[in-house]
Design a protein around this ligand. Structure first.
Ligand SMILES: Cc1cc2nc3c(=O)[nH]c(=O)nc-3n(C[C@H](O)[C@H](O)[C@H](O)COP(=O)(O)OP(=O)(O)OC[C@H]3O[C@@H](n4cnc5c(N)ncnc54)[C@H](O)[C@@H]3O)c2cc1C
Length: 381
């Protein structure tokens, strides 16, 4: 069967790999990262970065399961493509003792048999001296099968694997598609492709191809990058990824020192506390072009000063991104017609598990849909 996958991001490229490796004729269509956000006139993606936290621990059993399935395949994909994307530095999830966030994490760890170590405030300070937590904090540390991935490199690895399995990659934006009696036609600038079936995995820009048919919320997000020097990077060499589950649902997340393509080393912190809904394609594009929120950047800088008071910051930068939410907090992975399927809705955590979400997308476009991920489940939520 000839299958087109629209969206060359984390989920789409994973889906294309699974389909190509299963022997289908695959064309994966989507543009790469824009060179200049401010002047870019097309769509954007949510994976233009070097750090995404990965972990088996999660408040929700679904996300824990798909993450563990994906993590188990990282090393094989790295070996097959010769593209390193995974740093197993461990992930710490911490929060005030007795609050729902950190309690749920402890429950999922126990129920799923995830190996992790529980810390109280005193043992947290001894083990992770670079962090300063409020006195009621406890934490669960997953030392293995956790840390961070480079989303850019994961997309690159998936693309190499697609081509190795005989798939075709088209570096272009899709402007529309149409179901016809014998299949689906897909339009890109100056060209038209034909396929038997299509899987749409266009992240925050998915509804632009579907006339706003899906119940998605696309939220503006800002991250702060804190540049540090070599001495600081050495001091923080044992720093894991960190998610702090605050008492009011806030969950700032911090990546350890990572070297970026500009040759400098940054810690990255995210954690918007206000959800600004970008309701149109134009609003989403304008958000990326504008470069992020200075106000959120200030809030994040205050936060890192509190969490890491001794951190020597050389420079601070903000970057824009979007996250795509569904009513169920689960992705929507479903056939929308006999020939068109969709895989969307990372709900702010769809990078680490994108390989499994892509595999589920590949199953859906072939007709095998999980009821909890079907559009109908989101419509009643
Ligand atoms: C700031 C931030 C921090 C995050 N941190 C984490 C984290 O620590 N851990 C984690 O697991 N997840 C994290 N996430 C979430 C994760 O990055 C997303 O869930 C993930 O990128 C979703 O994958 P996707 O394939 O749905 O979308 P994307 O990765 O955005 O890919 C969609 C692709 O579709 C393409 N596209 C769009 N429209 C078209 C079109 N018309 N034609 C062709 N192609 C099109 C885009 O160019 C893009 O490449 C974070 C997200 C953000 C914004």
């Amino acid at each position: 069967m000839r299958i087109a996958v629209i969206g060359r991001g984390l989920i789409g490229s994973a889906a294309a790999r699974h389909l190509a490796e299963a022997g289908h004729e695959v064309v994966l269509i989507g543009p790469g990262e824009p060179a200049d956000y401010a002047t870019h006139s097309g769509v954007f993606g949510s994976h233009y970065d070097e750090g995404r936290i990965t972990r088996g621990l999660d408040r929700m059993p679904f996300w824990s399961a798909v993450s563990r399935a994906s993590i188990a395949r990282y090393r094989a994909l790295e070996a097959a493509t010769q593209v390193p994307f995974y740093s197993e530095v461990g992930t710490l999830m911490a929060g005030p003792e007795g609050t729902a966030g950190v309690s749920d994490v402890g429950d999922v760890a126990q129920q799923s048999g995830i190996t992790c170590e529980r810390f109280d405030r005193a043992s947290l300070a001894a083990r992770f001296p670079f962090f300063d937590f409020p006195s009621d904090t406890i934490g669960y540390f997953e030392a293995q099968n956790a840390g961070y991935i480079s989303p850019r490199n994961l997309v690159r690895a998936q693309g190499i694997a697609v081509e190795a399995a005989g798939g075709q990659i088209v570096d272009a934006e899709v402007t529309g598609f149409e179901e016809i009696a014998s299949g689906v036609t897909i339009d890109v600038a100056g060209d038209r492709f034909k396929a038997d079936r299509v899987l749409i995995a266009a992240g925050g820009f998915t509804n632009g191809l579907l006339g706003d048919a899906l119940p998605l919320k696309v939220y503006a997000r800002t991250v702060a990058l804190f540049e540090i020097d070599t001495a600081e990077a050495t001091r923080l060499a044992a720093q894991p990824s960190l998610i702090y589950l605050g008492p009011n649902g806030e969950d700032p997340y911090l990546l350890p020192p990572i070297r970026y393509p500009d040759g400098r080393t940054y810690l990255k912190l995210g954690g918007d506390v206000v959800d600004r809904d970008l309701t149109t394609q134009e609003a989403r594009q304008n958000w990326f072009r504008a470069g992020g929120s200075v106000e959120v950047g200030v809030m994040l800088t205050d936060h890192i000063r509190a969490r890491m008071p001794e951190l020597e910051i050389r420079s601070t930068h903000i970057r824009p991104c979007v996250t795509t939410y569904t009513p169920t907090d689960l992705p929507i992975i479903d056939l929308l017609s006999g020939r068109v399927a969709v895989a969307v809705g990372g709900n702010g955590k769809g990078a680490k598990n994108s390989d499994e979400l892509g595999r589920l997308g590949a199953e859906a476009v072939l007709g095998d849909v999980r009821p909890d991920l079907a559009l109908a489940a989101s419509m009643v939520a």
